[in-house]
Design a protein around this ligand. Structure first.
Ligand SMILES: [Fe+2]
Length: 250
């Protein structure tokens, strides 16, 4: 974009939120991971996301065996408390909870025991990888997830250094049955220019299945709003069949 275009380009409106409706990636249960710090921040962040047009939220606390030792039971329990708090504050307590699983040995065991928290009532499971190196057993884990009836969704595929910019590696994962969830904030360069470029490459090649905020705190809201007005978010929402609506609770 030249200087002239930059000076005179009009900001796009927010995308049609009816094409998304459900945010399926965030860290809004207070105090159990690196997300919101307390109930008040949780309440205000949830209100902000609803004001932006998200109608339903499925929040996804980290489960990482070395850092965030959350479990199916602890997340469910803490989410119940959050919902009770929201009702107390006159906000509808309709927050659903799942998890963002980090691929480690404990995750492998949970897959085999069929004890994963899935997104809503679906078989979709959100998982993430090391940002730096490819896990040696990635293909094995994907295969085991599929074998046990889960539908794996890779969180923010645009952020992994070992995949970045390489369409072949993404296509290989897709062929193995992995679905991709792009982070909204990647579309405006929040994680750097390289991540933004990879997100654009994935959108240009129709490889994105879900969009999520990955919202960790109140101050992410203005960045999310800007992302929802970005050219690539419009492209994503208007041109392709996003699967976020599969997660609607009726
Ligand atoms: Fe996340």
């Amino acid at each position: 974009m030249g200087l002239f275009d930059k000076l005179f380009s009009k900001e796009l409106p927010l995308v049609d939120m009816n094409r998304i409706k459900v945010d399926m990636h965030s860290h809004l249960v207070p105090g159990i991971d690196d997300g919101v710090k307390d109930s008040e921040e949780s309440e205000n962040t949830i209100k902000g996301l609803k004001d932006l047009g998200f109608q339903q939220l499925i929040t996804t606390p980290h489960i990482i065996s070395d850092f965030y030792k959350n479990t199916f039971e602890s997340i469910t329990e803490q989410n119940k408390k959050l919902n009770a708090y929201l009702v107390e504050k006159n906000q509808p307590g309709d927050m659903r909870a799942a998890a963002e699983y980090y691929l480690d040995s404990e995750f492998m065991q949970l897959v085999e025991q069929k004890k994963l928290l899935t997104l809503g009532d679906s078989d979709y499971v959100l998982f993430e990888l090391s940002m730096i190196e490819k896990p040696y057993n990635l293909n094995d884990v994907i295969f085991k997830m599929m074998l046990n009836g889960y539908k794996p969704i890779l969180a923010h595929p645009e952020r992994y250094a070992f995949l970045a910019g390489t369409l072949d590696k993404y296509l290989d994962l897709k062929n193995r049955g992995v679905l991709f969830q792009v982070n909204l904030m990647s579309l405006v360069g929040h994680y750097g220019k390289g991540v933004q470029k990879t997100a654009e490459l994935l959108i240009d090649n129709n490889l994105i299945d879900f969009v999520g905020t990955d919202c960790h705190r109140l101050r992410h809201l203005p960045i999310i709003e800007k992302s929802l007005k970005s050219k690539y978010c419009h492209k994503l929402v208007n041109n392709f069949e996003l699967k976020n609506l599969d997660l609607l609770k009726h």
